[in-house]
Design a protein around this ligand. Structure first.
Ligand SMILES: *Cc1c(COP(=O)(O)O)cnc(C)c1O
Length: 380
């Protein structure tokens, strides 16, 4: 594909920092580059403790362990999300309770959350879709009234804000992803952001195979031992060095993406006026990070024709998600709260366009091709 849907962006500094990690000879986790990334995240996101993980999936699994979820406990979440949002809790025997999304942002519909609460509900896992924040004030209010914890799946949300607050810093835990399809990348990678100091010590233990090794390294205990459940959730220093190079330029990356997003948005206005598409909606109080540019087409057939027409001219475009509530594992492990008409409708009509730093020179071409593909879809 001459213009793929995604092309991982490199800042040019990655190999230099990887070379430094190599020269230091400390290759396992929690060395100087990991500490540098932790400090960066704690400062920029404003969380109480940042811990690099090998994926956002791992950070979500750590959240589920930290919440001590028991079999049969329930976690409210959207169905319109990636599998890891649900899997992390299902691994603990918890039941994902799927709630419909808002028709504007495709985020968890906060007005439907209360009706999904039962005596077994323990947590709400919100997903900030496309880096646009959920209505957190309403969700935090419900969580407080019912004694629930809030986990933010902020996989797509680095550098985004809700009423000025960085995403991932609002709930008890935030989970970031540095997968190569995200804004800031390390191939595979993620971070758990711990916002409640009461969880910090146990988070370190769970991440280090259930040992108090982090305390040992800080000289707080004279030997380390097995103290709790845990796994190996930390990345090695080579990955942390790569990520450090990306984080250094994170603000520039976001600016480049926002410029591309704005050009898409301006271009799509005409097609929206003609009734062919609906453009993304970003509420007033949300600062977004241009994680994604998507269009909502009029139906499934139109989307299929659009993607084929794009492909025929060498431009990648993709759709997602198969709603979790209608997937084989979602039916087996979860349940829905009421009908999910918005989720079912959106998942048939949404298409994502190429968006990566470095696309600028090719964007005019993408817009021409996409314009023709929209006309082809409109002729159906
Ligand atoms: C990408 C993504 C994940 C998974 O991230 P990994 O780092 O690949 O584990 C989870 N949730 C959402 C919403 C995502 O977009």
């Amino acid at each position: 594909m001459p213009i793929p849907f995604n092309r991982p962006y490199m800042t040019g500094r990655e190999l230099t920092l990887i070379g430094e990690a190599h020269a230091k000879g400390h290759l396992s986790g929690d060395g100087a580059f990991t500490r540098q990334c932790h400090a960066w995240l704690e400062e920029k996101v404003g969380c109480c403790k940042a811990l690099l993980t090998h994926s956002c999936t791992a950070a979500l699994e750590m959240s589920a362990l930290l919440l001590d979820l028991q079999p049969g406990d329930e976690v409210i979440m959207p169905s319109f999300t990636f599998v890891s949002t649900a899997n992390a809790f299902v691994l603990r025997g918890a039941v994902p309770v799927f709630v419909d999304i808002r028709p504007d942002t495709f985020n968890l519909d906060e007005t439907l959350v209360e009706a999904a609460i039962t005596p077994r509900t323990r947590a709400i896992c919100v997903v900030h879709y496309a880096g646009v924040a959920c209505e957190m004030d309403a969700i935090l209010d419900i969580a407080e009234r019912f004694g629930l914890k809030v986990v933010e799946d902020a996989a797509q949300g680095i550098f985004s804000t809700y009423k000025g607050r960085p995403l991932g810093s609002i709930g008890a835990f935030g989970a970031l992803s540095f997968h190569e399809t995200k804004n800031v990348i390390s191939g595979e990678g993620g971070a758990l952001l711990v916002n409640d100091p009461a969880y910090v010590e146990r988070a370190e233990i769970i991440r280090e195979k259930g040992t108090n090794r982090s305390k040992f390294f800080r000289g707080q205990v004279d030997k380390y031992t097995w103290v709790d459940v845990g796994s190996s959730y930390l990345p090695g220093e080579i990955i942390a060095a790569f990520l450090a190079a990306q984080l250094e330029q994170g603000e520039d990356i976001t600016r480049m993406r926002l410029a591309l997003w704005d050009r898409y948005h301006e271009w799509a206005a005409k097609f929206e006026g003609d009734g062919l598409v609906r453009r993304p909606i970003v509420p007033e109080n949300c600062g977004h990070n241009a994680h994604m540019y998507y269009l909502l087409l009029s139906g499934l057939e139109q989307r299929t024709v659009f993607i084929e027409a794009m492909k025929a001219e060498g431009v990648g475009s993709v759709f997602h998600y198969i709603p979790l509530h209608s997937s084989p594992a979602g039916r087996r492990f979860g349940r829905t709260s009421g009908a999910l008409p918005v989720t079912d409708d959106i998942s048939d009509r949404l298409v994502r366009l190429p968006l990566f730093s470095g696309l600028a020179n090719e964007l005019d071409n993408v817009l021409d091709v996409a314009g023709r593909a929209l006309q082809a879809a409109a002729r159906l």
